[in-house]
Design a protein. Structure first.
Length: 430
């Protein structure tokens, strides 16, 4: 039987990279898009219950059931039937999952089959929780240890820094870091913690500190502004939600402390607002609500456009890596106000690149905002310094070149390992 277009590699004979991660995540898309036009064969195995947007061109193994609409056979392979068959399957889950017991177990078996059939040179799991945990289980259960070099990429925030302290995560983290071939992180602290949690020193990625999205298009953002940022009238808060990494209520308090007179010239744009923060937003004074523009999830293009209009980018947090919003703000000329986390303080300096304020202290946030909104010389001088800095550390074109070399080197190393194993079998009479 002829294979469909999905099964035929776009670049026959070239290295194969299989990613495992959340298929709806813009971070997933941004990293994998680094390989576009590289001649490397890239596919994504979507974690259970996640689906990429139809417009995203990378070939994806879709594990979600009941997918709306037909899957493009050239870009998507589905674990479950579509259309009427899919609706029947959802109504009869016990029958569909009788062999494995759950959707996750069915996805795990399919991943093992994909690895055996497609034979990727590199398997890259995006995040410790849940992608690396998921693949670690599949790898052990189905005996995939010798199939492809395993790259683990940790996210900033709780992925390693906090979860390593939680008993139910600590063992999983040690298992993953003790068996993977390479570990990638977006901050130096995560590399230190990984070594403490059992990572072998030879598994430290030669990429070093690298943005989790693969960097940003500095020229595109820098080209969108020419006038000094001190003339802008937008205060941008890109993460107006409650989560373990950051808290919204202290920011609301800080805005109240800042006062109507100081905020009057500015519009406060709050992105990614959730039902919980929306509820508390409605309790704010009428004068403050009048100054605000609120959004739920927004297209990335709109978020970046707002960044180029912002005088200040506000992002206090409790746990983070080096946030992508910091890189974007530096390229867009927006002055960052964020928290002095151990992952961030080695990268930027207070009073030169940013102002610091701890997330749980409204007075600190209000004080930093007052200075950032009132000191024209500070924000204009920082914009020039930050643009030079972000070009050095997060320019996407430079990151892409390093990442492609990284995968080419891993593929060559994997080929050498396979040849060595074959030689051992031959000389031993295997």
């Amino acid at each position: 039987m002829l294979k469909n277009n999905f099964e035929l590699d776009a670049h026959p004979g070239r290295p194969r990279i299989l990613f495992v991660g959340a298929a709806e995540s813009s971070h997933t898309h941004a990293w994998i898009d680094l390989l576009e036009g590289s001649g490397l064969n890239a596919r994504l195995f979507a974690l259970p219950h996640t689906t990429p947007p139809d417009s995203w061109p990378v070939r994806t193994y879709v594990t979600a059931y009941g997918h709306k609409g037909a899957l493009d056979p050239a870009r998507r392979a589905g674990l479950y039937p579509e259309g009427a068959a899919a609706r029947f399957a959802v109504r009869n889950l016990r029958r569909v999952f009788r062999r494995e017991g759950s959707p996750e177990a069915s996805a795990a078996r399919w991943l093992s089959e994909v690895v055996r059939r497609w034979r990727p040179d590199v398997i890259h799991t995006l995040g410790l929780n849940t992608a690396s945990y998921f693949y670690a289980d599949v790898r052990k259960r189905f005996g995939l240890e010798g199939r492809g070099l395993w790259v683990v990429q940790a996210r900033g925030g709780p992925d390693l820094a906090l979860h390593r302290l939680v008993p139910e995560h600590a063992g999983r983290i040690r298992e993953v870091l003790g068996t993977c071939d390479q570990f990638v992180a977006d901050n130096e602290r995560n590399y230190e913690l990984a070594l403490e949690c059992g990572l072998r020193r030879e598994s430290l990625s030669p990429l070093g500190v690298v943005p989790g999205t693969g960097g940003i298009d500095v020229d595109a953002l820098a080209g969108a502004w020419a006038a000094p940022p001190s003339g802008r009238t937008v205060l941008l808060w890109p993460k107006a939600y409650e989560c373990p990494q950051s808290k919204a209520l202290p920011v609301f308090e800080a805005l109240k402390l800042l006062g109507e007179e100081r905020l009057a010239p500015f519009e406060v744009h709050m992105l990614a607002m959730t039902a919980e923060t929306r509820m508390w937003f409605e309790t704010l004074p009428e004068w403050l609500r009048r100054q605000c523009r609120t959004y739920e999830r927004v297209p990335r293009g709109l978020a970046l456009e707002l960044m180029t209009r912002a005088r200040v980018m506000l992002a206090p947090s409790l746990s983070d890596g080096v946030p992508n919003s910091l890189y974007e703000a530096m390229a867009a000329g927006a002055f960052p106000v964020l928290s002095p986390l151990e992952t961030i303080t080695p990268v930027v300096r207070e009073g030169e690149n940013v102002l610091f304020a701890r997330n749980l202290f409204p007075e600190e946030v209000a004080g930093a905002l007052a200075r950032a909104l009132g000191d024209d010389a500070l924000v204009d001088a920082a914009a020039e310094r930050n643009l030079a800095l972000v070009r050095r550390i997060a320019d996407r074109a430079q990151v892409r070149a390093r990442v492609l070399d990284f995968y080419e080197g891993l593929a060559a190393r994997g080929a050498e390992r396979r040849e060595g194993a074959a030689g051992v079998l031959e000389t031993s009479g295997g």
